[in-house]
Design a protein around this ligand. Structure first.
Ligand code: MV4
Length: 501
């Protein structure tokens, strides 16, 4: 087993990987930008190396600096987390060339799954169902017309190099083809430097359901069931749950088997996720594979009892999986709420800033993964996700009740804004409670005016808390004390509850 691992990431996922290393008795090296000098992941690691200025392109995305940091601190392996270098075949190769171990899949698997058309072809030939559409890259408008006549409208035009919702357009009529084509080619060129495109049948209001897989170097590949990820906004996941309330036991078994077949077809090793679209008739189709540990992995850990990050490290060290498919089952239900530093009242714009004080929920079934703490500054340079609330219950109803309780305990006070109110709204929505939602639900139903902090009793309670905090300060202050360095409790309360109206 490794003695020391470098964690090539920041925030909650860096802390998550450091925890897995601690559990395995492995030392860690953190890397940090100038904006993260005092960040939690730096405090938690055994060693830490500065890698440059705040912009990720000048620090966390500098291959040479990361590898030099591993060398300088004697790390033998590098865990990329998610984002940054996690799906970069060039980085994986550079790590290996430096005599270090990349804790992730082989670079060939990353590459094979990075190209949409190539991965569609590979999956189709392996017997994995793909959305009906063009078998190959298309070259012109006439080819799009021909496919559309064959499979019928509506269709979806997608950039071959696309992902995350960029470079795709719905087309409902023949006369929309030309303008959609211009839009997709333009976006594909500017975002990916690759203007190739293809066509799929457009599925109406599908579910996004993904299957976690994991494979060792000894030829064992298993799946760890599904995550329902249809609660999204502008291609940003907001809540995920496992099991999916939309999936039947038969479908679950079929999707799990197909996911394992897909992983084997690309020679996959380590943890990965097969994304499917499931249509209203519960037909499922391969969409893409994520060749990394994902943000939402904790809900799979909660229902299966498997520590996925620990398994990733063991696999990279050449050890066999510590379980077989028959050992795995879904026990109970888990829900993850992504807490973003964003302002729902201001079009969900990122709203980072200082956290004056934070209360993290605890209690039965509660897990919080975060990279910040009271007094921390959420930097403007990175992803605005600041915490993940992952809840387990014996069944879905218990998980929802516990999520509501934990959200009520959660308090983040400071100059930043968060989407906690959105989660409180969602956990009380009759359709979420009934498990009756698809990928349009959040965008169609959530309007920040519906937020529950407009409740006058909540405002009264916050003001009373501010009075109590103010009195407490007055009672304990002595002559010669300096005034509070930060805004008074009065000002904080006013900012929280009044100024955002
Ligand atoms: C689709 C689709 C409908 N039909 N493909 C969005 C992100 C990208 N990974 C794939 N996406 C979609 N592809 C076909 N053929 C609808 C979406 C889609 C979506 C999928 C899952 C969850 C949320 C979504 C929101 C908008 C569009």
């Amino acid at each position: 087993m490794f003695k020391r691992i470098l964690v090539a990431n920041r925030g909650e996922i860096a802390v998550r990987v450091i925890r897995a290393c601690r559990d395995l008795g492995i030392e860690t090296t953190a890397v940090f930008s100038d904006a993260d000098r005092t960040a939690l992941h730096v405090r938690e690691a055994d060693h830490a190396v500065a890698v440059g200025p705040p912009p990720a392109a000048e620090s966390y995305l500098q291959i040479e600096k990361i590898i030099a940091a591993a060398r300088a601190t004697g790390a033998e392996a590098i865990h990329p987390g998610y984002g940054f270098f996690s799906e970069n075949a060039g980085f994986a190769r550079a790590v290996a060339a430096a005599g270090l171990v990349f804790i992730g899949p082989p670079p060939e698997a990353i590459e094979a799954m990075g190209d949409k058309v190539a991965s569609r072809q590979l999956m189709a030939s392996a017997g994995v169902p793909v959305v009906p559409g063009s078998p190959d890259v298309l070259t012109d408008e006439a080819a799009v017309r021909a496919i559309a006549r064959e499979i019928g409208f509506p269709i979806m035009l997608k950039a071959s190099a696309g992902g995350g919702g960029k470079g795709m357009r719905e087309i409902h009529r023949e006369d929309e083809i030309a303008s959609a084509l211009r839009a997709v080619v333009g976006e594909a060129k500017s975002s990916f430097g690759d203007s190739r495109f293809y066509v799929e049948k457009f599925l109406r209001q599908p579910h996004h359901v993904e299957v976690q897989i994991i494979a060792d170097t000894r030829g064992h590949t298993v799946h760890l069931f599904e995550r329902e990820c249809s609660i999204q906004r502008r291609h940003q996941k907001v809540v995920e749950e496992s099991p999916s309330p939309f999936i039947t036991p038969m479908l679950r078994k079929a999707m799990g088997e197909v996911a394992v077949r897909a992983a084997k077809a690309v020679g996959y090793v380590n943890a990965g996720t097969i994304e499917f679209l499931v249509d209203a008739d519960r037909n499922f189709y391969f969409l893409e594979m994520n060749t990394r540990i994902q943000v939402e992995h904790p809900i799979t850990e909660l229902v299966t009892g498997v520590d996925l990050v620990k398994e990733q490290i063991r696999i990279a060290a050449g050890e066999p999986l510590s379980f077989t498919q028959r050992d795995l089952s879904q026990r109970g239900a888990a829900i993850e709420c992504r807490i973003y530093a964003e302002d729902p009242v201001n079009g969900f714009a990122p709203a980072p800033g200082r956290i004056d004080s934070m209360r993290i929920p605890t209690g039965p079934g509660v897990r919080v993964d975060t990279g910040v703490q009271s007094g921390a500054e959420v930097p403007i340079y990175y992803d605005p996700m600041i915490a993940k609330l992952a809840i387990w219950g014996r069944d879905r109803a218990e998980a929802i009740a516990r999520t509501r309780r934990a959200l009520d305990e959660f308090a983040i006070v400071g100059e930043l804004r968060t989407n906690i109110e959105l989660h409180r709204w969602l956990m009380n929505h009759p359709r979420f409670i009934a498990g009756d939602y698809d990928n349009q639900f959040l965008e169609n139903e959530y309007h920040p005016a519906a937020r529950t902090d407009a409740d006058p009793m909540r405002l009264a309670a916050t003001l009373m808390a501010a009075v109590a905090a103010h009195r407490n300060h007055a009672d304990t202050a002595r002559d010669g004390d300096r005034p509070p360095a930060r805004a008074s409790a009065w000002k904080t309360a006013a900012r929280l509850e009044l100024m955002r109206r």
